[in-house]
Design a protein around this ligand. Structure first.
Ligand code: 5RP
Length: 239
């Protein structure tokens, strides 16, 4: 099934262009990590189309329950990370990327599984629309997956850490889904760190993950190998 682009917004046409280009990097026999989010949805659809058209044999590890439902429904063969052990390639979206190809991810709350899967992959390709490109990470709120037990204490420790990193006065907000706290696929909570600008992303990432109660932060540092930026007219740039 080929999608009709007439009804898509310019941002969605850009996401779709990047997504469609990314599946050109898939080879027969590959073990693939499938990302999460609206850009990844276009990629999963394009992948299913290509696999069916060319009779390719690929095995997919989804990074969320939502992606698993979509990919399984489109006939892609699914497996688990533990069953395949190592992946050839992961293709995923992002919320921001900088000139080093460092990322902020987790706008969809899936960054824990996304980071585990990307780290287990020989290669990570990120697909994006032009709005995701930034000079310095941090305008997009940095997601932190935290366990529910003692989460308010965890939030206080995070706020204290931000002050130590000269990020004093920035807000740490519990992510909501309507009237209730948003939950990850693991059943955990998400704190969104409104930082504005992240100076030393490496130091911040290490320090955040040392706080008991923090499961994982949304900084992807030295993990992404290539970013494909799509444009509404169908062109793509490769970074
Ligand atoms: C989900 C993610 C997504 O990749 C990120 O939020 C980008 O989403 P979209 O493609 O919808 O803009 O990290 O946890």
């Amino acid at each position: 099934m080929t999608e009709d682009t007439a009804d898509l917004s310019p941002a969605d046409r850009a996401k779709r262009a990047a997504a469609r280009r990314s599946v050109d990097f898939v080879r027969d026999g590959m073990k693939l990590g499938l990302g999460t989010g609206s850009t990844a949805v276009f990629m999963v659809r394009a992948l299913a189309e290509r696999v069916a058209a060319q009779g390719m044999d690929v095995t997919c590890v989804p990074t969320s329950e939502a992606t698993a439902r979509l990919a399984g429904g489109l006939g892609l063969r699914l497996s688990t990370l533990d069953a395949v052990g190592r992946l050839d390639l992961t293709i995923d979206g992002t919320d921001e990327f900088d000139p080093r190809l460092d990322l902020i991810k987790g706008g969809g709350g899936a960054h824990l599984r996304e980071k585990i899967v990307a780290t287990a992959s020989d290669r990570m390709i990120v697909i994006a629309d032009p709005a995701k490109q930034v000079a310095t990470l941090g305008a997009f709120p940095l997601p932190l997956e935290v366990v529910e037990f003692g989460w308010q204490v965890t939030r206080r420790l995070v706020a204290e850490l931000l002050a130590d990193h000269d990020l004093l006065g920035q807000t740490v907000a519990l992510r909501m889904a309507g009237d209730a706290p948003a939950r990850t696929d693991q059943g955990n909570l998400i704190l969104d760190l409104h930082l504005g600008r992240i100076g030393d992303a490496r130091a911040l990432s290490l320090a955040l993950n040392q706080i008991p109660g923090v499961v994982e932060n949304g900084l992807f540092l030295d993990i992404c190998d290539m970013v494909i930026v799509g444009h509404p007219d169908g062109r793509v740039d490769i970074h």
